[in-house]
Design a protein around this ligand. Structure first.
Ligand SMILES: [Zn+2]
Length: 328
């Protein structure tokens, strides 16, 4: 096991199982969020239902045998606007179409950005209080917040991202103060603009330098060939990567340039209804083990599962746990 995990006193079984972050919201919560938007229910009622849905996902993960838990992001809409609403200096912005038929509010930076209070700490503390297993702190990275927002204030993309990195660093410090030891900082926007890898290396360094936690970053939608192996310079302990969606193509790259850090290896496609069977998942893990030492290998779905049905999400995770148990 990784030295840092030992030092942090985190004990994990071989091939630890986790998930990227988001889970599908139950129908009652989807309805409640819509009702809240129309002022039909108050914030307190919405919060009660977010808590109920979070409890259900925590119970599920615990019972399913997942090793590192997530809160499931029941209280978040879009991964960038959630943070833009809490960091000062942003305006809500207009509705923008992203890939497929999904719409989101693209925030606008109109003033100096700043962190004024913890954003995710109360939810993390709540979830960790309900389980003995580690719960990951989950943050959107400054590069992705910058890339998925309009900027009307800062002179360039790099300055914007670095300033936002200062805000995310403060959130990391608040999570660590609360007792959080494993923190994931998602940078899905990176693989779309490989020429800006240097910015992410700089922002991640600014966030994680001299911080006492085990850091993971999740990158997806990607053209990894263009950023590998340079991306290993990003100062995190573990890369959570979408591997199955691209037929494990990246393993070829690992043959040329060994993967030097821990990896959370996506073994099921998060964007497909089809539920991969245990046999296929075991095959993928065995293929991964040809290139990555078992001490460095964690396992999860490719990406967040929020666009799947609850049944599909659970079926995929259950099959991952079964596959891993058989291999252990
Ligand atoms: Zn992803």
């Amino acid at each position: 096991m990784n030295d840092k995990l030992k030092k942090l006193n985190i004990n994990l079984p071989p091939l630890p199982v986790t998930s990227v972050g988001s889970f599908p919201k139950p129908h009652y919560l989807v309805r409640a969020r819509s009702d809240f938007g129309k002022n039909k229910i108050n914030k307190k009622r919405l919060y009660e239902l977010e808590k109920k849905a979070t409890d259900e996902w925590l119970d599920y993960q615990e019972n399913a045998g997942i090793d590192i838990l997530v809160d499931g992001e029941m209280y978040r809409g879009d991964m960038v606007s959630f943070f833009a609403e809490e960091i000062t200096g942003f305006n809500k912005g207009g509705l923008i179409r992203s890939y497929g038929n999904r719409y989101y509010y693209k925030p606008i930076i109109i003033d100096r950005v700043g962190w004024t209070k913890p954003i995710t700490v109360d939810w993390w503390r709540y979830c960790q209080s309900k389980t003995e297993k580690p719960v990951k702190g989950m943050l959107t990275g400054p590069y992705t917040i910058m890339d998925w927002s309009f900027n009307e204030y800062y002179p360039d993309r790099k300055t914007t991202a670095l300033t936002l990195a200062g805000c995310i660093r403060k959130e990391v410090e608040a999570l660590i103060d609360a007792g959080c030891k494993i923190i994931q900082i998602d940078e899905p926007a990176l693989s779309v603009r490989p020429d800006e890898l240097k910015i992410v290396i700089e922002t991640m360094h600014k966030i994680t330098e001299r911080q006492d936690a085990y850091f993971i970053t999740h990158i997806c939608y990607g053209d990894f060939e263009k950023i590998y192996p340079e991306m290993l310079e990003i100062s995190v302990d573990n890369f959570d990567l979408e591997m199955s969606n691209s037929n494990l193509d990246m393993l070829e790259l690992f043959k040329k340039y060994p993967f030097t850090k821990d990896i959370t290896f996506g073994v099921v496609d998060s964007h497909n209804h089809l539920v991969e069977d245990v046999k296929l998942i075991k095959k993928r893990i065995k293929q991964a083990l040809e290139y990555i030492p078992k001490e460095q290998l964690w396992v999860d779905p490719d990406c967040g599962l929020k666009t799947r049905t609850i049944e599909e999400a659970k079926a995929k995770l259950n099959n991952i746990v079964t596959a891993v148990k058989e291999l252990r």
